[in-house]
Design a protein around this ligand. Structure first.
Ligand SMILES: Cc1cc2nc3c(=O)[nH]c(=O)nc-3n(C[C@H](O)[C@H](O)[C@H](O)COP(=O)(O)OP(=O)(O)OC[C@H]3O[C@@H](n4cnc5c(N)ncnc54)[C@H](O)[C@@H]3O)c2cc1C
Length: 261
């Protein structure tokens, strides 16, 4: 795709599609790891990920068409590094790490440090993205992903949002909130001022709405043929509010279910 559209002009192409180790979804004591060659469709159909990473599975469902989801990989999605990528926000909201291997050995980075700008990552030319790891300790965090495109299918995000947070049920307050925004800056970003605002605050419709308003001030959306910057700003506020509410509502339902069980 990048070669066809003239973005890259490589002299050599290496086919990594048959490296079986890059196609695995593995759960260990500490992390769930998703190999870089795992396709969007495999993410959608993984019962392990449906249980443990519902926001990433929801994001995979929204990507392109059936053909795109069958062929496109999580590694390709992250490495293409377009601001509207749908895999990035959910992973960033759960503090995912990426493992990278090259001639000088292996290194691990927070996923946010992978993204330098549009179509630009911190990988060196001799390095390969091996997998994305999500700490198990974060997997029971209430989380949600929402995307707004111009159509139901085959639409890039005008804005996408993923959130996660713990709830201190005794006080009904937010703990360790994360808000990740896509398509509103040169890379996927965290709305850290909105996160700080939420930390330790009561979970009410007012605080949730205020977090949405603050998130708008942290983004830098552009105007293009899909939407104006003003409309995208409006979407950030609405989607952040809805994602926080959705994650909280689901957590409340799950808690009620756990109590009955
Ligand atoms: C019609 C269409 C619609 C789409 N719609 C959406 C959408 O709605 N949402 C969305 O998020 N995305 C969308 N995409 C993007 C798609 O999901 C893929 O992420 C993208 O096409 C990359 O494809 P790929 O995984 O085959 O990677 P490739 O095309 O094989 O690779 C992409 C880049 O990543 C590099 N790369 C790949 N794997 C690795 C690795 N393991 N280590 C280091 N570098 C690597 C390659 O060298 C290349 O530069 C769409 C794409 C198409 C063609």
């Amino acid at each position: 795709m990048e070669i066809k559209s003239g973005v890259r002009h490589p002299n050599t192409i290496i086919d990594i599609s048959r490296i079986q180790d890059l196609k695995k979804i593995v759960s260990t004591d500490l992390v769930v790891s998703i190999g870089s060659m795992v396709t969007h469709a495999e993410i959608m159909h993984s019962s392990l990920l449906r249980d443990m990473l519902p926001s990433l599975v929801e994001a995979a469902h929204t990507i392109g068409t059936v053909q795109t989801r069958n062929m496109g990989t999580i590694g390709g999605n992250l490495m293409t590094c377009v601001p509207s990528m749908d895999s990035g926000p959910s992973l960033m909201a759960l503090d995912a790490m990426v493992n990278i291997r090259g001639l000088n050995g292996q290194r691990q980075l927070p996923i946010a440090d992978l993204f330098l700008g549009p179509r630009n990552t911190s990988l060196k030319p001799d390095e390969l993205l091996i997998d994305v790891c999500i700490p198990k300790s974060n997997l029971s965090k209430p989380t949600a992903f929402l995307k707004f495109g111009l159509r139901k299918g085959q639409a890039l995000a005008l804005v996408n949002v993923a959130v996660s947070f713990w709830v201190d049920w005794s006080k009904n307050i937010f703990l360790e909130p994360r808000i990740s925004l896509g398509a509103v800056a040169p890379t996927v970003i965290r709305a850290t001022i909105a996160e700080k605002y939420l930390e330790g605050r009561q979970i009410t419709s007012d605080t949730i709405a205020e977090a949405g308003r603050i998130a708008v001030t942290e983004a830098n959306p552009i105007t293009d043929f899909r939407a104006s910057a003003k409309y995208r700003s409006h979407l950030i506020s609405v989607l952040t509010r809805r994602a926080l509410s959705k994650a909280y509502d689901q957590a409340t339902l799950k808690r009620a279910g756990d109590k009955c069980a």
